[in-house]
Design a binder for this molecule. Structure first.
Ligand code: FES
Ligand code: FE2
Length: 348
């Protein structure tokens, strides 16, 4: 019942879906797709609303773009949403009891620093789910000031394949030969925070570290570890960073179709010293990080689509190397959640 498990994960866990800097203005929005349809984050006069993008009148989707700035107003019969309230033209034409029932299908939101998490029927509060990771994430989120790029496309595999691929470094020499591999990452250290994990690995390529140290003066990053950091936020999200200068938030959202995962990634940069002056100077660096990231994700996309659709992704009888330890941890976590789902006898 993989679909039921994916639904259960989507509904019952918190998902790191946005950074505050992506929706700075009233009426800014982001739209995503996942197994539950659309997921929209909307800045409603400074309050961030998460909902399913569906007009409660007769089901038209409010927003069609990936992101932008526009009033939440339905193109079909003009219902709108503003200041926390539905705005319905000619309310006298409806029965009062029907109007009382009309509401957006909105979701729970919670902040971890400046990262916005969304949940529908969460099993726990966000700090409990993050298992001690909250302070680390919040610190990083406060260093980020601006989004630089967004990419969305579907991976042609199930979401677990994409997550497992992102959890292990063994594929880097063969799959990312001329990109990530050039960093000569050391093995690093994994730390676990319940279902989540953090990898800190130092960069072995001295030409690259010299270059990174040279541009340190442009970034005001008190939380920088001077390492490559990759954080897995169970179940669908990753946050990675090099030296804390740039961050990449990736989500691998289940689609409900077996060989399709909605991949969305945002690249951010951290606070600049003397931003007015240095923004232009640092732009070529940011553009080159964006280019490399884009290539790395395409390389991952290509290898993930090679994985046989029915190859078992279970913790039993799996053949995994020492450096694939996080995959085993991930599989056990998913199995634990699935056991809980079955014990509850529900998919929602
Ligand atoms: S469906 Fe939105 S106003 Fe009718
Ligand atoms: Fe990869």
């Amino acid at each position: 019942m993989p679909q039921a498990l994916d639904q259960y994960l989507a509904r019952n866990f918190w998902h790191c879906i946005a950074h505050r800097s992506e929706l700075p203005n009233d009426r800014d929005f982001l739209r995503f797709e996942w197994i539950l349809g659309d997921l929209v984050i909307y800045n409603d006069k400074g309050t961030f609303v998460a909902f399913d993008n569906i007009c409660p009148h007769r089901g038209a989707r409010f927003l069609l773009d990936r992101d932008g700035n526009q009033p939440l107003s339905c193109a079909y019969h003009g219902w709108g949403y503003r200041g926390g309230k539905l705005r319905i033209p000619k309310p006298e034409n409806y029965k009062p009891c029907d109007l009382e029932r009309a509401r957006l299908n909105s979701y729970h939101t919670a902040w971890c620093g400046d990262f916005l998490f969304v949940a529908i029927t969460p099993l726990t509060d966000l700090p409990t789910q993050l298992g001690g990771l909250a302070d680390i994430l919040a610190g990083m989120s406060h260093d980020i000031t601006q989004r630089h790029a967004r990419i969305d496309y579907p991976y042609e595999c199930q979401w677990q394949v994409a997550v497992e691929n992102a959890l292990e470094p063994d594929h880097v020499p063969l799959v990312h030969t001329n990109t990530l591999n050039l960093l000569h990452l050391h093995a690093g250290r994994n730390s676990y925070y319940t279902y989540n994990s953090v990898l800190n690995a130092s960069i072995g390529n001295e030409t690259i570290t010299r270059g990174l140290n040279r541009i340190a003066r442009f970034f005001d990053v008190p939380h920088s570890q001077k390492t490559y950091t990759a954080i897995y936020i169970f179940p669908f999200s990753f946050l990675s960073s090099t030296y804390g200068y740039t961050y990449s938030l990736q989500n691998f959202l289940p689609s409900g179709e077996k060989q399709k995962t909605y991949f969305t990634t945002r690249m951010f940069h951290s606070r600049l010293v003397n931003a007015e002056k240095n923004r232009e100077i640092i732009k070529p660096f940011l553009d080159s990080v964006e280019q490399v990231n884009e290539t790395v994700f395409k390389e991952d996309f290509e290898i993930c689509k090679r994985i046989a659709p029915d190859f078992p992704l279970t913790s039993h009888n799996s053949i995994l190397s020492n450096t694939e330890e996080k995959i085993l941890h991930f599989r056990k976590c998913v199995e634990e959640v699935d056991a809980r789902r079955q014990a509850h006898g529900t998919s929602a």
